[in-house]
Write a protein that binds this ligand. Structure first.
Ligand code: FAD
Length: 444
């Protein structure tokens, strides 16, 4: 259960922590004991999943908890289409756990090393205007709160209301009940399209297909659009949908996903880091090298791709109805900045949800993400784009870089103060606080 304390880094390397102790509990009772002991010693407790947040969300000088041993399926309620997982379950384990039941998560982001609790706690999302992010799929949760007690909460409970996207500030989440759907196949079409058309019609485009996103290398005039359409599981093999193509052959996936998108792209990023003036040429090569392909596969295999080239990221959601103008302004701003940007922007969309601190709370949302190779200084680029997104009423992803403080966040999250009051009431001694929690909720 005890792990030797050592310096901790997040995935991108931008965040570092020096916890006084690291713990990997195997039972909820052990989590309770750790929280109680830390509270007695006036130490902070933060839980970390895969450390995939770019923000210092999990950073602590106190006890760093990891729930990798509290992982797996607890129960399946087929009638309710709800499944309960231990909170440390990694997203890449979920398809295997649900496959025997013919079930799947309705939507996902584009990578899967995250823990389920980490993904929920920061409002992780994928794309698809008929769908929400992870927090919108939560139907119940179990937490160990600051006094060491176990709380099982569901709709109607304030801890459920604010604790879903809670950044670990309301307690250690130990189990999550998620709504699920029947397992499904995705038919993917990936191709280059004129950037002007895609930018100008993005709100309409994002509603036409179940799941659609696009990548754009600044300075180029093409958008790499990925459209995914849902079919029943196994549709690829039945007669009526025989027209659906099969999965990407293993050799092709190796070339596209590993060699081009990771090895070659990683080498190009390293070259641009040393010689930034290469960026426009490299962007043209990168845009042309992205795969044009059509295939079908189980949903998880289509949603998720390997991401081995490390980067830092800032992402804001803006109202989907305003997306075409905001995207045009982002493009103008980037073009006139003269900054060499060697990583593509990623644009997605989701439906509105009712989770108080969600980036999609109450509005269909367009997500605009800016990336920077991990060895490059991300601050300059993000500082150029962030004002455009803030001016558009943007809400930053809780796990991705942003510079907003409590007041800036409260301006776009009407229930942030109510959430902060509940946080203070459930954790009066600040066991689960860290500087990021204070920045978000204020120091009530
Ligand atoms: C390569 C990459 C790709 C990404 N792709 C996407 C994407 O497609 N869509 C998207 O929306 N985001 C994406 N993200 C962001 C990522 O999904 C979130 O930052 C997510 O929170 C990471 O999960 P994690 O398990 O690493 O959590 P961590 O970063 O370890 O923790 C995140 C927060 O959750 C809290 N937490 C973790 N576990 C618990 C627990 N058991 N109880 C209470 N609090 C807990 C932590 O204290 C912290 O505040 C990506 C990040 C990377 C690095």
């Amino acid at each position: 259960m005890t792990v030797r304390p050592a310096t901790w880094h997040n995935w991108s390397g931008a965040q570092t922590a020096h916890p006084v102790a690291r713990r990997q509990p195997r039972t909820v009772a052990q989590v309770q004991e750790i929280v109680r002991r830390a509270a007695e010693k006036e130490r902070h407790v933060r839980t970390v999943g895969a450390g995939h947040s770019f923000t210092p969300a999990a950073v602590t000088d106190g006890v760093l908890l990891n729930l990798d041993h509290l992982s797996g399926l607890v129960s399946v309620d087929r009638a309710a289409m709800e499944v309960t997982f231990l909170a440390g379950t990694r997203l890449h384990d979920i398809p295997g756990l649900l496959a025997p039941h013919g079930l799947a998560l309705a939507n996902q982001g584009d990578v899967d090393p995250q823990s389920l609790a980490g993904a929920v706690s920061t409002g992780t999302h994928g794309t698809g205007t008929g769908f929400t992010g992870f927090a919108g799929m939560v139907r119940g949760m179990q937490l160990v709160t600051a006094d060491g007690s176990v709380r099982d909460v569901g709709p109607g409970d304030p801890l459920f209301r604010y604790g879903r996207i809670g950044l670990g500030a309301f307690g250690v989440v130990t189990a999550l009940t998620m709504s699920v759907v029947d397992a499904f196949t995705l038919h993917a079409v990936e191709r280059a399209e004129p950037l002007d058309t895609v930018l100008g019609s993005w709100p309409e485009l994002s509603r036409e297909t179940d799941h659609v996103e696009f990548y754009w290398f600044p300075g180029t005039r093409v958008a790499h659009v990925k459209r995914n359409t849902r079919y029943p599981a196994g549709a690829v093999r039945t007669d009526d949908t025989a027209a659906l193509p099969g999965p990407v052959p293993r050799w092709r996936a190796l070339i596209d996903d590993e060699l081009v998108n990771n090895v070659l792209f990683g080498g190009l990023c390293a070259a641009m880091h040393v010689v930034p003036s290469l960026t426009p040429t490299v962007n043209r090569i990168s845009a042309a090298a992205l795969a044009q392909r059509e295939y079908s596969a189980p949903a998880h295999d289509v949603f998720v791709s390997p991401r081995r080239v490390r980067f830092n990221e800032m992402e804001y959601s803006v109202p989907l109805s305003d997306a075409a103008e905001v995207l045009a302004e982002v493009r103008r701003t980037l073009d006139s900045s003269g900054l060499p940007v060697g990583f593509p922007l990623e644009v997605r969309a989701t439906g509105a949800d009712d989770v108080p601190l969600s980036t999609a709370r109450g509005r269909d949302s367009c997500y605009i993400a800016v990336h920077r190779y991990h060895r490059d200084d991300y601050r300059e680029l993000f500082a150029v784009v962030e004002p455009v997104l803030v001016a558009a009423g943007g809400r930053p992803h809780w796990g991705k870089h942003h510079t907003l403080d409590h007041d800036g966040l409260a301006a776009v999250h009407e229930e942030l103060d109510a959430a902060g009051q509940l946080r203070a009431a459930t954790d009066p001694d600040g066991v689960f606080r860290n500087p990021y929690v204070d920045r978000v909720f204020g120091t009530v």
